[in-house]
Design a protein around this ligand. Structure first.
Ligand code: TYM
Length: 357
């Protein structure tokens, strides 16, 4: 038998949900980084540097930048390491110049709706589409057993991350292009099936540096999961090690500083790094080093990379143990949650889930 108190509660008519309007800017930008390891110079040039540039250049745009920790569990990762990486990436975002007054910075798993919309996207995506993703095929090849299901379904979660906020623009490196294409396809499919719900996003790729290559094998992407640490530069690497890695980067033997990805992938990669960090065009850099030796070019580049990383490292140590970092992440999650919860409500309604309201 219900008690009086329970009866009272049952009688209580639910107040209509008075919605506080969400202040909207005309456009939204969304991007994220997976905390599976420390960040590389590739992440910086292909993604972080672009975020900072766009935050300063794009008018009337709200930015949502997050740490994609739900993506980090698609392969096994030690709990303590994951925790450390999440905080470290948050501090790096700020150290690179992201301004919390302009950007909603948050941790993906703190906005539960990502997992929910990820499931919805899985439910509209086809297995064939997932199996076709080149990143999945590459990663699957490296693992023989215990491949997690989420490794395959991960692009559906990435689509959810983007569609959740009605992103118009998604700054990413080249390796995420296929995932963005899938996101667009899923948005269009959902809109056609259930009615207009999602904005179809556009990718934004840097003019130079969308694919920074390994320093030891310049035909492969610079990747933190490579077993040879000389193949990548970490943003928090000791600067003496950074200089050495650049100086020992693989190049060809004809000693002409010229951009030619097919014939001279090593020097082309170094020219790309040079151009991205100095904002000089590749043509200008080629002209500057005409007739000069590879070692002279590498020595200058080593200094340029070290000079770019020094202020980031200094700022990183300012943020990493600072309670302000938590305040910024709380504030970002709060804003993201507000938008995400309303989006889920709309999506469920469109699909006929739950009760009609
Ligand atoms: P992730 O964590 O592998 O990489 C983060 C960003 O860095 C870029 N990047 C590179 N750019 C140039 N050269 C390289 N060598 C290089 N390596 C990495 C990536 O293209 C990416 O932009 N699935 C994503 C994370 C993600 C996301 C999202 C991104 C989850 N949800 C929604 C955008 C929007 C990933 O694994 O990136």
């Amino acid at each position: 038998m219900p008690t009086l108190n329970q009866k009272e509660k049952l009688k209580k008519v639910k107040q209509p949900d008075v919605k506080i309007p969400i202040p909207v800017k005309q456009k939204r930008l969304v991007s994220g980084i997976k905390p599976t390891g420390q960040l590389t110079l590739g992440n910086y040039i292909g993604a972080l540097k672009q975020f900072v540039k766009l935050q300063d250049e794009m008018e009337n745009t709200e930015l949502f930048i997050f740490i994609a920790d739900l993506h980090a569990i698609t392969t096994p990762i030690d709990k303590q390491e994951l925790k450390k990486n999440i905080r470290s990436i948050a501090a790096i975002y700020l150290a690179c110049g992201l301004d919390p007054d302009k950007v909603n910075l948050f941790i993906q798993s703190e906005v539960n709706e990502h997992a929910v919309l990820g499931y919805v996207m899985e439910s509209t995506a086809y297995i064939g589409e997932m199996e076709r993703m080149t990143q999945y095929k590459d990663k699957k090849q490296k693992q023989t057993e215990g491949i997690r299901t989420s490794l395959m379904t991960y692009p559906a979660l990435m689509a959810a991350d983007i569609l959740m906020y009605d992103a118009n623009i998604v700054p990413i490196g080249d390796d995420q292009k296929q995932h963005l294409e899938l996101t667009r396809d899923l948005a269009i499919r959902f809109n056609n099936t259930y009615g207009e719900t999602f904005v179809v996003p556009e990718g934004f790729f840097p003019e130079t540096g969308a694919r920074i290559m390994s320093l030891t094998d310049p035909t492969k992407k610079m990747d933190k999961s490579n077993e040879n640490p000389k193949s990548y530069i970490l943003l928090l690497d000791d600067l003496a090690a950074v200089r050495n890695k650049i100086k020992s980067a693989v190049t060809d033997s004809d000693a002409i500083i010229k951009y030619d990805v097919k014939k001279k992938p090593g020097i082309s990669n170094l020219l790309t790094i040079y151009s991205s960090l100095t904002n000089e065009t590749i043509k200008e850099v080629e002209k500057k080093y005409k007739g000069k030796s590879y070692s002279a070019f590498k020595a200058d580049l080593a200094e340029i990379v070290a000079d770019s990383l020094r202020p980031i490292q200094q700022m990183y140590f300012e943020y990493i143990n600072n309670p302000r970092l938590d305040e910024i992440l709380d504030q970002g999650a709060e804003r993201a949650k507000l938008i995400a919860s309303r989006k889920i409500e709309k999506v469920f309604k469109r699909m006929g889930m739950g009760r009609v309201r």
